[in-house]
Design a protein around this ligand. Structure first.
Ligand SMILES: *Cc1c(COP(=O)(O)O)cnc(C)c1O
Length: 405
């Protein structure tokens, strides 16, 4: 029960058959899944969808899993879209400022969407061992979903990946190795080990199904907003899976008649310490060369090179959006500001989108009337917080006036 017709190379359009595992296309670019959307249009109504309860599996007609028993689920929820009312007021915007809070998903990040789909497809294909490079969240989602499916995993992390992420991956059943290099160096190890070990490479965009999982963010937000789209979406961009996936989702929704041709401006947000997509955008290039000495503590967007660079850039340009790099200080000041003033604990990558939103308003790149949607991609609890905490000695008389100041 799937509406998949075939797969195709995102660069050349070359076709591949569905129903068997694929990695990159012959020219080394991502492969996309194609559906019989006329059939989906006949089979699925908005009313039917509204009656379904289960998280993103509600969109099964637009997902590639053939047999229901192969769906690997850890209890995915429809993630809430919440207003940042106090921040909106503070920046003087009249259009809604919204956050889609992906930190509510299993494993605490939106990587759950992509890996739920990739692991479900691996189960369908009988794959027994999967491997990936990760800065943390993708590895945790792979470990959890693969363990749920009884699939073995090997995960490679840059050796400065925060301990909490590394432990999370190992604790959920993966064989984890710390590597003295960046995520692309780890990716090379996975690629080169394929023949010797026989594992399946589930690196970002190097197989077709993580995009399909991330696509559900676009389907979900459209349904949540009453089949309308925001004016602008700020997306913290690493490998760009989510941005590419949402762009694909909007096209599919239009083709099944659920939305019209309108699109949000797509804004790719990066950190100034690792901004390959921003540089390529500004230089009018279609591809983004490797960013040297990449650094940002927002690990989810510390991705020096993206195999789907041209797909990110295409979506951003077609949408009339832009790419923006925000300063490290600005990311962490925004993180603290939104937590303190709004009571919303973003992750630093999510905070980067708020920083970019504010600057875009200042620079007139978006209008104060625009309805803007930010992505908070993970729970802020996975990141070390620095806060000032005072001490109190209960063995001496307490001066209560200090609490009024
Ligand atoms: C993976 C990740 C990103 C980047 O997502 P892509 O879709 O790969 O660009 C951003 N933030 C966090 C917290 C992540 O885990």
């Amino acid at each position: 029960m799937t509406h998949v017709t075939h797969l195709e190379c995102s660069m050349t359009g070359e076709r591949y058959v569905a129903g068997e595992p694929h990695g990159l296309s012959k020219v080394g670019r991502p492969i996309l899944v194609r559906y019989d959307l006329d059939q989906v249009k006949r089979d699925l109504t908005k009313e039917q969808l509204a009656q379904r309860t289960e998280g993103f599996w509600r969109y099964r007609e637009l997902l590639p899993v053939e047999k229901a028993e192969n769906r690997v689920s850890l209890g995915e929820v429809v993630t809430p879209i919440l207003p940042l009312r106090r921040m909106q007021k503070k920046v003087g915007a009249t259009g809604d400022l919204l956050v889609k809070d992906e930190g509510r998903l299993p494993t605490g990040s939106f990587k759950a969407r992509g890996l739920a789909l990739a692991v479900s497809m691996a189960k369908e294909f009988g794959i027994e061992h999967m491997a990936m490079p990760t800065n943390g969240n993708a590895g945790a989602a792979l470990a959890a979903y693969a363990s749920a499916a009884g699939i073995r995993t090997t995960v490679f992390c840059p050796d400065d990946t925060p301990k909490v992420n590394v432990d999370e991956i190992a604790f959920q059943g993966a064989d984890v190795r710390l590597v003295n290099g960046l995520i692309n160096d780890c990716g090379k190890i996975v690629g080169e080990g394929k023949e010797a070990v026989g594992w399946f490479d589930v690196s970002t965009l190097k197989e077709p199904y993580r995009i399909e999982g991330k696509k559900t963010m676009g389907l979900e937000l459209a349904e949540q907003l009453g089949w309308t789209l925001p004016d602008v979406i700020f997306y913290p961009t690493g490998g760009g899976t989510g941005l590419i996936g949402m762009w694909k989702a909007f096209d599919e929704l239009e083709q099944i008649g659920f939305i019209g041709p309108e699109r949000p401006k797509m804004v790719a947000v990066q950190a100034t310490g690792c901004a390959p997509i921003v540089k390529a955008f500004e230089e009018g290039e279609e591809h983004a060369p490797v960013w040297q000495d990449a650094w940002t503590a927002a690990a989810g967007i510390r991705v020096p090179v993206a195999v789907g660079d041209f797909l990110i850039l295409r979506a951003v340009r077609e949408s009339g959006g832009f790419a923006m790099a925000v300063e490290e200080e600005d990311i962490f000041a925004s993180w603290a500001e939104v937590a303190r003033e709004e009571g919303f604990l973003l992750c630093p990558e999510g905070a980067a989108t708020y920083a970019a939103y504010r600057r875009s308003l200042d620079e007139g790149l978006i209008k104060p009337t625009d309805r803007a949607l930010l992505f908070n991609c993970a729970t802020g609890l996975k990141y070390p917080m620095t806060a000032e905490v005072g001490r109190l000695d209960r063995s001496t008389p307490i001066d209560y006036s200090q609490f009024k100041a």
